[in-house]
Design a protein around this ligand. Structure first.
Ligand SMILES: Cc1cc2nc3c(=O)[nH]c(=O)nc-3n(C[C@H](O)[C@H](O)[C@H](O)COP(=O)(O)OP(=O)(O)OC[C@H]3O[C@@H](n4cnc5c(N)ncnc54)[C@H](O)[C@@H]3O)c2cc1C
Length: 438
C-alpha cells in the first residue's frame, strides 16, 4: 500500500446525499475526497445511455428551492431544472384531471361527498395535530372515506412518492410530507438526465480543491479509540490506498457503515437497527419511447385504479434532448405489493405492464421498451421507507451517514438526501461529534 494521503473529509458514495455533502464541505473550505465504487456519479439516481436515449435509473423529478438548490448556490454549481406546466395531473379512467389550481380539494370534491372530512385532517396535520406513527395511511383514510377511487389515488400517491403502499407507510409520515415538506409541489427534469445535477456538484468539489474518484470502493474505515481516522480505498481498480481524514461520511447507508467500520466499533443498538428498523422500499421502473406522443400531459401523471402502476412522466415534453430526434421518452413506475417485504419480481413486472397496456391502448405496438428495472433489497427505491429511518450520527466520532436511510421524519427523495447532507455538514462545521444523535 502507498503512503497515506490526507484530506479534511472523505465522502464514501457519490449518490444524491454524498454529492450534496461533498459539495457543502468543499464550499466551506474543507478539502474533500468524494469516491464511489461505480464508474458513474449518482448511485441509484444515475443516468445511462440506451440506444441513444439518456435513461434515468432512479430519480427524475428534482425539486427547485429548498436545501437541494441551496447546495448548488453555496458551491457555485449550475442547476438546470425544467419545470413542466402543469407539473402534475391525475389520469382517471382515460381522462386527464388537472388540479393545478384547486389542488387535492378539487380532486376529492369531485369524487366523494366526504371530501371535507379528509381535507379537515390535512388542516389538522398542518397545525401539528398528527396521527401516531403506528397507524397506516390506508387505515387513517378509511376513517373518513370508503370511496374506492380516493383510496386508489392515495395508494398511488404513496407509491409514487415513497415507494410504499398505503397500508405500509404511517399516516403520520404521509401527512408530515404533504403538510410540511416540499411534496413535489414544484419540480422539473434535468435536460442532461438527473446525472447532470450530480456532475455539476462533483465538478464544484474539484474546482474548490477536492478530488473525485470513481470505480474506487472503500474497503475499510479505520477506527482508533472510538474515532474514525482513515479509509482504505481501492483506487480506480488499482492498488489500495490509505486516506486519512478528520471527517468521514458514508452515503452507502448504515449497513455499509457496519460492514466498513466493523460491528465491534458500533453500539449493539446501532447494529440491531440496521437489521430490524430499516425497511428497503421497492419499485419497478419502465423506461420507454414512442414515435407518437402517447401521454396527454407534459409532467407527471398519477393514475387512479390500477394493479400496481402508480405514475408516469413525460420527459421529452420539457427535455427533448434526452431522446434522439423524433422520439418521445417516458418513464412509468409500479410499486409491488408488498413494497417493504418480499415479492415475486417477474409477476410484479407483469402486473405493471398489464396496467400500461390497459391505460394506453396499443401500448405494445407504439412503444420501444428501453429498460425495465426492479429496484429492491440492496439497490432499492428508498434504502428505508419513510418513517423507518436511522440517525445520521453513527456513534463513532468523525463518522456520519447521509442518504435515504437516514432521512428526517416524513421526507423522501433527493430533497430528503440533500437535507441529510445539510444537517450533517452543519454539525461537522459546528464541531458537533458524531456521537451526538439528532
Ligand atoms: C426508480 C426510482 C425513482 C425515483 N424517483 C425519484 C424522483 O423522481 N425524485 C426524487 O427526488 N427521488 C426519487 N427517487 C429516490 C432517489 O433516487 C433516492 O432517494 C436517492 O437517489 C438516494 O440517494 P442516496 O444519497 O441515498 O445515495 P445512493 O443512490 O444509495 O448512492 C450511494 C452510492 O454509494 C456507493 N457506495 C456504497 N458503498 C460504497 C463503498 N464501500 N465504496 C464506494 N462507494 C460506495 C453506492 O454504490 C452508490 O453509488 C427515486 C428512486 C428510484 C429508485
Amino acid at each position: 500500500m502507498n503512503a497515506a494521503m490526507r484530506f479534511d473529509a472523505i465522502v464514501i458514495g457519490a449518490g444524491a446525499g454524498g454529492c450534496h455533502a461533498a459539495a457543502r464541505l468543499a464550499a466551506a473550505g474543507r478539502r474533500t475526497l468524494l469516491i464511489d465504487d461505480h464508474d458513474y456519479l449518482g448511485g441509484r439516481a444515475g443516468t445511462e445511455i440506451i440506444d441513444g436515449h439518456k435513461v434515468n435509473m432512479g430519480a427524475i423529478a428534482l425539486e427547485p428551492g429548498g436545501v437541494f438548490e441551496e447546495t448548488f448556490a453555496l458551491c457555485g454549481a449550475p442547476l438546470e431544472i425544467r419545470e413542466p406546466n402543469p407539473a402534475t395531473v391525475f389520469f382517471l379512467e382515460g381522462k386527464v384531471v388537472n388540479v393545478q389550481k384547486g389542488g387535492l380539494g378539487l380532486l376529492l370534491g369531485g369524487l366523494t361527498k366526504h371530501a371535507s372530512r379528509v381535507l379537515d385532517q390535512f388542516a389538522k396535520a398542518r397545525s401539528g395535530d398528527l396521527p401516531d406513527g403506528r397507524q397506516s395511511t390506508e387505515d387513517w383514510l378509511k376513517g373518513y372515506t370508503k370511496n374506492e377511487t380516493v383510496h386508489a389515488i392515495f395508494r398511488n400517491l404513496c407509491a409514487a412518492i415513497f415507494a410504499m403502499n398505503a397500508d405500509e407507510i404511517p399516516a403520520r409520515a404521509f401527512l408530515t410530507y404533504f403538510t410540511s415538506k416540499g411534496a413535489f409541489k414544484r419540480f422539473g427534469f434535468h435536460p442532461e438526465g438527473t446525472m447532470g445535477a450530480w456532475q455539476a456538484l462533483a465538478d464544484a468539489v474539484v474546482r474548490l480543491g477536492g478530488e473525485v474518484w470513481l470505480s474506487s470502493p472503500a474497503e475499510k474505515i479505520e477506527v482508533e479509540n472510538g474515532r474514525a481516522v482513515a479509509v482504505r480505498i481501492r483506487r480506480e481498480g488499482g492498488e489500495a490506498v490509505r486516506v486519512e481524514a478528520d471527517t468521514i461520511i458514508c452515503n452507502g447507508g448504515p449497513k455499509a457503515v457496519v460492514t466498513l467500520a466493523g460491528e465491534d466499533h458500533l453500539s449493539a443498538d446501532y447494529v440491531r437497527q440496521t437489521r430490524d428498523l430499516l425497511k428497503p422500499a421497492a419499485n419497478i421502473v419502465y423506461n420507454f419511447a414512442s414515435r407518437e406522443d402517447i401521454m396527454p400531459a407534459p409532467g407527471i401523471m398519477t393514475f387512479g385504479k390500477t394493479r400496481r402502476l402508480c405514475n408516469m412522466a413525460n420527459l421529452t415534453a420539457t427535455c427533448p434532448e434526452l431522446a434522439p430526434d423524433g422520439w418521445h421518452q417516458y418513464v412509468a413506475y409500479a410499486v409491488p405489493k408488498p413494497a417493504i417485504g418480499d415479492f415475486e419480481s417477474d409477476a410484479e413486472v407483469t402486473l405493471g405492464l398489464e396496467d400500461l397496456r390497459e391505460q394506453f391502448p396499443g401500448f405494445d405496438d407504439k412503444v420501444k421498451m428501453l429498460s425495465v428495472r426492479v429496484m429492491r433489497d440492496d439497490w432499492p427505491a428508498q434504502r428505508s421507507g419513510a418513517g423507518y429511518d436511522m440517525d445520521r450520527a453513527t456513534g463513532i466520532d468523525g463518522l456520519w451517514c447521509v442518504g435515504d436511510a437516514v432521512k428526517l421524519y416524513g421526507n423522501g427523495g433527493t430533497q430528503a438526501c440533500a437535507e441529510t447532507a445539510k444537517v450533517v455538514v452543519d454539525k461537522i462545521l459546528s464541531g458537533t461529534p458524531a456521537i451526538v444523535m439528532g
